[in-house]
Design a protein around this ligand. Structure first.
Ligand SMILES: [Zn+2]
Length: 187
């Protein structure tokens, strides 16, 4: 018999940590939530040191969240950004989250890897908010972020996706550093 289903889930603590009625009015508060999710994922040992959150840009309303779940779920695509896209898509039942003209923001604690970079095109995102840079990730942890186009920001821009980065970069790096120094790095 072939294995015909996959089931991906965020950790149980997410329900206590995240108020579904959250509204984050500005870039900094959106990014702060993504970083807090990354910190809690490390603290609870429920995945790698990455968090992400999807928002309605005009209202600041939270639509979906994600944290890295790769090792707990034995699933290489279960990154924070992809988990946030999938939970937001499940909630709204929209494949492209901005398909009705709603402008959508993704806040992510670290620069998307090459897979999440690609996923961002198809998820229907208008604005990408980034904390730590990929060089921070690779300096502070063992993760390889993979190959990106040299002008990855420009390629996003051609498709109408704006990028604002280095938001709360030091706070994001602090979580990466905590994880990188941890003795329990297989999660
Ligand atoms: Zn990724």
């Amino acid at each position: 018999m072939v294995y015909a289903q996959v089931h991906l889930a965020l950790p149980a603590w997410i329900h206590e940590a995240v108020d579904p009625l959250t509204v984050c009015a500005d870039d900094t508060s959106k990014l702060a939530l993504a970083i807090e999710l990354s910190r809690l994922n490390v603290r609870h040992e429920t995945g790698g040191p990455f968090g992400a959150a999807v928002f309605d840009e005009s209202s600041g309303r939270l639509i979906g969240v994600g944290v890295n779940r790769v090792l707990p779920l034995a699933c290489s695509v279960a990154h924070a950004e992809t988990m946030a896209y999938m939970t937001a898509q499940a909630r709204t039942q929209k494949v492209r989250l901005n398909e009705d003209g709603t402008r959508i923001v993704l806040a992510t604690s670290s620069q998307p890897c090459c897979m999440c970079y690609g996923a961002t095109f198809w998820a229907g995102i208008d604005t990408l908010l980034i904390g730590a840079r990929s060089e921070d990730v690779m300096a502070l942890t063992d993760f390889d972020e993979g190959p990106l186009p040299a002008d990855w920001i420009g390629e996003l821009g051609k498709r109408g996706i704006g990028v604002r980065r280095d938001l709360l970069r030091e706070r994001a790096c602090a979580v990466l550093g905590e994880y990188g120094r941890s003795e329990h790095r297989r999660y």
